[in-house]
Design a protein around this ligand. Structure first.
Ligand SMILES: C[S@@+](CC[C@H](N)C(=O)[O-])C[C@H]1O[C@@H](n2cnc3c(N)ncnc32)[C@H](O)[C@@H]1O
Length: 264
């Protein structure tokens, strides 16, 4: 399990993450999960932030998924895919990284439906294919959420749900140096270091209202928002802020949110 540093204001970041302070080496690709798929997957498996905060939160939000057809968008090495399958869901996993999907296939088996897909592109599924889309810790790699959320909505059935987790916008804002205008959408690059080798990852931070507006603009009902806590059975606790989760429903005649904006 990684050590989660308690930076000022309770910002939780693992100690293998540091801001990129020097100009980047242009020969090293950014956000190249293929380069560290094994190392990141091993870290993600048992880490406090992933295994004991984010993943339990997402599985709890998903609730009873038995028999539901679910798209795991940005599935990585498939830990959430596996958890949803164990609960009876029929899950398709997509990710931009073939290396991460190779780890997922080792976990999930040859018959798992796993495909290389970049979430900035149209999704290779028919309208209304899925009951749920889950997107764990992936949307913050995208500058523009609009086309991606519109595609997610398209492949969901009426009443279907998009469950998404992202780095908490306040964490990202507090971590950026110099601190940017909160109201702007800004990017910053961190270095993730595994076995003495560092890899650059660029994250897009946006204000909370830009996130909720993006769901609504894509045709979802106003999302429910939550800030996950450490799971009760975790070996240690973290009281700071880490992630934000959204549950956004596609309008339907039985829509439980009762909003008038998009339901007609
Ligand atoms: C932090 S990992 C999370 C993986 C998994 N969802 C989980 O929570 O364990 C982020 C994943 O998003 C994927 N990713 C990043 N940008 C992407 C994009 N544009 N399209 C599809 N996948 C992307 C990466 O390859 C990586 O597997």
């Amino acid at each position: 399990m990684e050590h989660v540093t308690n930076e000022p204001a309770g910002v939780g970041r693992p100690d293998w993450v540091a801001p990129a302070t020097e100009p980047l080496d242009p020969s090293i690709p950014v956000n190249d999960y293929d380069s560290f798929a094994e190392e990141y997957s091993a870290e993600n498996e048992n880490s406090l932030l992933n295994a004991h905060i984010e993943r339990p939160a997402m599985t709890a939000l998903a609730g009873d998924v038995s028999g539901r057809r679910i798209l795991d968008a940005g599935c990585g090495s498939g830990a959430l895919t596996a958890a949803l399958r164990e609960r009876g869901a029929v899950v398709t996993g997509i990710d931009a990284s073939a290396g991460m999907l190779a780890v997922a296939r080792r976990r999930l088996g040859d018959d798992a439906d796993l495909r290389v897909v970049d979430l900035r592109d149209p999704l290779p599924f028919a309208d209304g294919t899925f009951d749920d889309v889950v997107a764990s810790l992936v949307l913050h790699y995208l500058k523009d959420w609009g086309p991606t959320l519109a595609e997610m909505r398209r492949v969901l059935k009426p009443g279907g749900r998009l469950l998404a987790s992202v780095n908490h916008p306040f964490v990202e804002w507090l971590a950026e140096d110099p601190r940017p205008s909160y109201r702007e959408t800004t990017s910053h690059t961190d270095l993730w270091t595994f076995n003495g080798k560092s890899f650059p990852l660029t994250f897009w931070r946006r204000p909370l209202s830009a996130m909720t507006d993006a769901f609504i603009d894509a045709g979802f009902c106003p999302p429910a928002i939550s800030e996950p806590k450490t799971a009760p059975d975790a070996p240690e606790s973290f009281s700071g802020i880490s992630f934000m989760c959204f549950v956004a429903q596609v309008p339907s005649s039985g829509c439980s949110y009762g909003c008038q904006a998009t339901c007609s």
